[in-house]
Ligand binder design. Structure first.
Ligand SMILES: Cc1cc2nc3c(=O)[nH]c(=O)nc-3n(C[C@H](O)[C@H](O)[C@H](O)COP(=O)(O)OP(=O)(O)OC[C@H]3O[C@@H](n4cnc5c(N)ncnc54)[C@H](O)[C@@H]3O)c2cc1C
Length: 313
């Protein structure tokens, strides 16, 4: 029967890769038509722009080893350790921090690399995970649900330890605006934290991030703005575009914009455990297990894969 992993974000794919590397039969079921989840891209004329995670950082040796492999393969690259800061609409002192990594083909390409050779079924929306465990009526030795808690809560039959673990946890939404301009007319950021602003929380120069210099900016909204425009995210474009223009003192409007809604972008608070693995064979992984970020999601999947493989051996 093997293991069924529901969700082909980085946590689900990392879990599946770990299981496969230890000889466990595994299949990944993903509702979207590509892997990556919140490491998403918006492609325009074949050019990807990151609309999910803006970058990732590394402070764990195991994730670091994976990132070095991506670096050696030309997939990931160190981007910047310096971010601009705005407080409200006023520019502040830039902040130095850990190296932020980016990917020339978009962060999704890293998940695609991780998924290479794994059986991933795309366009496969799972409706129910129940005791057995079963996934939409199919028996498995174990099921891994690798996604934000509210999405997992919809699938898992109430009454199991996994259902209790994901019940009622708050997650914040974010809208991502991608804006393409006729030319670059802003100072080198390359990215900026935007604090105490009613509309925006982060700005990134996607041309610098991608390394192609394209005049494309990506802005992340505040949760409040995302909630106001939940029913019609596209309607947030004028307000977000105006806020970007004000912060960067832009004269020209963008030639095109795209807005993506992440209804469950990040959990409120964090958990101590790296994953959940119940005696009933229903397991949970993702960035909800630890501090929400790419590294957390990756490690959650790897550690769960290892624990499951040990259970079967
Ligand atoms: C706007 C934004 C900005 C961010 N910025 C950063 C950052 O700068 N740095 C950082 O480290 N992290 C950042 N993050 C967080 C980072 O993206 C996540 O931590 C990570 O991508 C989570 O991966 P995951 O595998 O846990 O979940 P996801 O990527 O959400 O994967 C879950 C998958 O499950 C699938 N799925 C859901 N329901 C079903 C179903 N019923 N059937 C089948 N499949 C299903 C989804 O389609 C998705 O592919 C950001 C996230 C967002 C949204």
């Amino acid at each position: 029967m093997g293991v069924l992993v529901v969700g082909a974000g980085i946590s689900g794919v990392a879990c599946a890769r770990e299981l496969a590397s230890r000889g466990v039969d595994v299949r990944v079921l993903e509702r979207a038509h590509s892997v990556g989840g919140r490491l998403g891209v918006h492609c325009r004329d074949g050019r990807p722009a990151d609309i999910g995670a803006a970058y990732f950082t590394v402070d764990d040796d195991e994730f670091g080893a994976r990132v070095r492999r991506w670096g050696a393969a030309g997939l990931a690259r160190p981007w910047t350790d310096r971010l601009a800061v705005f407080t409200g609409t006023s520019p502040g002192e830039a902040t130095e921090g850990p190296m932020r990594w980016a990917a020339a083909a978009g962060l999704r390409s890293l998940v695609a690399d991780l998924a290479d050779g794994l059986p991933v079924e795309l366009g496969r929306e799972v409706a129910a995970v129940g005791p057995g465990p079963v996934v939409d009526g199919e028996r498995a030795d174990a099921v891994v649900v690798a996604m934000p808690d509210p999405q997992a809560e919809r699938l898992i039959e109430p009454g199991s330890p996994a259902a209790a673990a994901v019940a009622g946890r708050g997650w914040n939404p974010v809208l991502s605006l991608v804006a393409g301009y006729p030319a670059r007319s802003w100072p080198d950021l390359p990215a900026a934290f935007v604090n105490d602003h009613p509309a925006l929380s982060l700005l990134a120069d996607d041309g610098l991030r991608r390394g192609d210099g394209a005049p494309v900016l990506v802005a992340h909204s505040t949760p409040g703005l995302a909630r106001r425009h939940d029913a019609d995210p596209r309607a947030a474009a004028p307000e977000m575009t105006a806020a970007v223009a004000e912060l960067l003192d832009l004269d020209e409007p963008p030639e095109w914009t795209h807005v993506h809604r992440w209804r469950f972008a990040a959990p409120v608070g964090s958990r101590g455990d790296a994953f959940h693995l119940g005696d009933d064979g229903i397991a949970l992984a993702g960035d909800g297990w630890g501090r929400s970020r790419v590294q957390t999601a990756y490690l959650s999947g790897v550690y769960l894969g290892r624990a499951l493989a040990e259970r079967f051996s």
